[in-house]
Design a protein around this ligand. Structure first.
Ligand code: EPZ
Length: 419
């Protein structure tokens, strides 16, 4: 087991560079299944979830090799259509392989992804859409047995909620379906656009991505391509939160401003000076932080649920009362108890958390409960007096590449200890 040991209240300075986005790399790796021959994914982050996705590709018979910042996938050996249960359990977002495997092989068997640290993770919208497109899906003993019979056909799909995963799965299934598919009330997250751009580079015909309705005109086949994964907007939000909670002045590089338009105003409301440039953003948090009236997590382009925990860490030291409303997941306040152990004054009930700013946080032994909750504890540790020890950091490594090296490179005292 490993843990992070953080000596807090050190000013950060210099530049932090954001790595490739986990939530784009995963669907892109699944999408490689659809492309014949070799695909090269650049700016592919070195994360445990990415490694798990590569293991799934290998189990399917593909070659998947890490070459520095790139992952090279060759699907010439693709023969299997079943994803091992242990890999599905390791990473519930593997459900996004379903659409890709069906689109390429016509059959797929994988275990039901089940709930996770954030609460139930239903896939009813995924299943309903794929069935409407012609897939026969049997759900038995926790396993999904899927077969497209004579092939998938284009359909009009109206999502009851702009689900990111469901939108991705439908796009992946539709790119080689017969006819045109339209998804109304589609998710508009930048990761959806990254997936569409990648697939179009492989020969797909997708339009309207990033808007409410996405159109996919089915094509015969897709070929491999070279593509760079977009930068991780949630890692950028994490670095901004670290700058804010330590009262620092830092520049965050490799950021697409259009991805964080709902995040930047929150830091400005906290009293930070935030200067966006073409591919980087500067934050100066020298003044004491002010509370932010209300933050509501919403589907893109609203405030992202994935940034909720790390921003809350900064708000724990913001003078006044802030309110955070978590509208996307049922159980996404598990980091609150750990922050309270560090002296934060937070009351969470249902989907609302009320944060009363305190003058100081105090280092304490805390436990990562999930990916973004764990990152929030690291952010809080950077802004706390004394030593914070974060255990169960396997969650953090799912979405942050060497988080200790990143913060140490700008003056944070963060060490990874092997227990
Ligand atoms: C993706 O999860 C991200 N994961 C999540 O990031 C992110 O929080 C989420 O989108 C929302 O932005 C990846 O991209 C790998 P959803 P996903 O389908 O696709 C309900 C992180 O920390 N729902 O948009 O699972 C669902 O229960 C992770 O990086 C249904 O009810 O999110 C949830 O309440 C955490 N039925 C809501 O929709 C369905 O069929 C949003 O889920 C599908 C979803």
């Amino acid at each position: 087991m490993q843990r992070l040991v953080i000596e807090g209240e050190k000013k950060l300075s210099g530049e932090l560079c954001v790595h490739g986005a986990k939530n784009s790399a995963l669907p892109l790796l699944a999408a490689c299944v659809l492309a014949r021959g070799e695909t090269v994914l650049g700016n592919c982050p070195k994360l445990s979830d990415v490694y798990a996705a590569c293991r799934i590709l290998s189990c399917l018979g593909c070659k998947c090799v890490r070459e520095g910042e790139k992952v090279v996938v060759n699907t010439d050996g693709l023969t299997h259509f079943d994803v091992p249960d242990e890999l599905m359990r390791e990473m519930r977002s593997s459900i996004v392989f379903l659409g890709a495997i069906l689109g390429r092989l016509g059959k797929c068997r994988l275990s039901f992804p089940g709930g996770c640290e954030l609460g139930p993770r239903p896939i009813d919208m995924h299943i309903a859409a794929l069935r409407k497109m012609g897939a026969a899906i049997k759900e038995e003993h926790g396993t999904l047995d899927c077969d497209v019979g004579n092939g998938l056909h284009g359909e009009k799909i109206v999502l009851s909620f702009p689900s990111v995963g469901a939108t991705e799965n439908i796009i992946l299934a539709a790119v080689t379906a017969k006819g045109t598919t339209v998804i109304h009330n589609a998710a508009r997250e930048p990761e959806i656009s990254d997936l569409a751009r990648f697939l179009n580079s492989c020969g797909a015909r997708i339009s309207g991505y990033g808007e409410n309705s996405v159109y996919i005109e089915g094509v015969e086949r897709l070929g491999g391509c070279e593509y760079d994964v977009m930068p991780d907007r949630i890692v950028a939000a994490t670095y901004l939160s670290a700058g804010a909670v330590t009262g620092s002045e830092i520049t965050i590089k490799n950021v697409r401003l259009s991805d964080i338009e709902a995040i930047v105003p929150v830091f400005e409301q906290m009293g930070c000076i935030v200067c966006p440039y073409s591919d980087r953003i500067y934050i100066n948090a020298k003044k004491p932080l002010k509370a932010v009236r209300t933050i509501r997590t919403m589907p893109f382009p609203g405030f992202p649920t994935d940034a909720q925990a790390v921003v809350m860490s900064a708000l724990t030291k913001a003078k006044g009362t802030s309110i955070v409303v978590e509208n996307i997941f049922q159980n996404r306040f598990r980091h609150v108890d750990e922050l309270v152990r560090m002296g934060a004054d937070i009351k969470a009930e249902g989907k609302v958390a009320v944060i009363d700013g305190v003058r100081r946080l105090y280092g304490a032994p805390v436990r990562a409960t999930d990916l973004r909750g764990g990152a929030a504890l690291v952010v809080a540790g950077l802004g706390a007096e004394g030593t914070t020890e974060v255990c169960d950091i396997k969650y953090i490594d799912r979405g942050y590449e060497n988080i200790e090296k990143a913060f140490s490179s700008v003056g944070g005292a963060v060490k990874r200890i092997q227990e």
